[in-house]
Write a protein of this length. Structure first.
Length: 198
């Protein structure tokens, strides 16, 4: 019978942090994308998000968003949310309860915007709010930039709609699936690690 110690759990946690860090820029890493669930009017909504950055202290996940989008409105109304990562190859799941901080038109959003590629900037230059109902298909980016990057000067108009979301992790639940017994544990905000029944 295998034995799992607190020391083993700490090693797993450190390993998963490294996978998350790699997922920031490695699109082939399953952690490059994750699910975000929010609550609004007593309804839960989930969507796929692109991981943009990680901070270790406090443990936080960052992503970019259009300030006009429903998810931003929902997080402004209720900053409590949950996130979910899953690596099918390694059979590992990360799930966390978080608090959202909306960085809009501040030093953090300005810093990230400056390093945002022109190709990505045009995603924030659309006339329509994300999730608006349309009578017909519209790419919601300036038509003259459909097949090319916007001029830098033009791209600055997108900053009005740009925001950086910081998700501070309160509790992190890590699950590894194994044929001879799953491993599951939780890391709380005080960094205390507890075994959890799978």
């Amino acid at each position: 019978m295998k034995k799992i110690s607190q020391s083993d759990l700490k090693k797993i946690f450190k390993r998963e942090l490294q996978f998350l860090l790699d997922g920031i820029s490695n699109i082939s890493n399953p952690y490059h994308f994750f699910s975000l669930s929010t609550i609004y009017n007593n309804k839960t909504t989930s969507r796929t998000i692109v991981l943009r950055n990680i901070e270790k202290k406090p443990l936080s996940i960052y992503f970019n968003a259009d300030y006009r989008s429903p998810k931003v409105k929902q997080l402004l109304s209720n900053p409590n949310c949950s996130i979910l990562f899953y690596d099918n190859k390694r059979k590992t799941q990360l799930r966390a309860d978080c608090n959202a901080i909306i960085n809009y038109n501040n030093s953090i959003s300005k810093k990230i915007w400056k390093s945002t590629p022109l190709q990505s900037r045009k995603c924030y230059m659309g006339n329509y709010k994300p999730s608006d109902l349309l009578k017909e298909w519209n790419p919601n980016i300036p038509l003259k930039y459909l097949k090319k990057d916007p001029e830098k000067k033009d791209s600055e108009s997108g900053y009005t709609n740009f925001t950086v979301i910081q998700l501070t992790i309160n509790d992190l639940d890590i699950l590894e699936l194994h044929h001879d017994g799953h491993i599951r544990f939780k890391l709380d905000s005080s960094k205390k690690i507890n075994f959890i029944a799978p």
